[in-house]
Design a protein. Sequence first.
Length: 96
Amino acid sequence: MGIALALLNNPQLLVLDEPTNGLDPFGIEELRKMIRTFAESGISVIISSHILSEVQKVADDIGIIYNGLLLYQDKIDANENLEQLFMDIVRKERES
């Protein structure tokens, strides 16, 4: 319902926070398709999520924010383990 309301004004940007939270597997699959159609129709979509495997299924680019700092930004590599990338980036930041 929240996504439908957000789309009423034909936004150029849509920000989704944990969009798959509480959905069953069919709902998650439908939402993934929907998010892709938003991007295809010219709506930029920002997804905030700690479920990185889910992000990898719908995103083209990622940014890793930690303690309010953008530590990483790049295209998604389909073969890369985003959880490991996140851990490596954050560990490096903690050590510095």
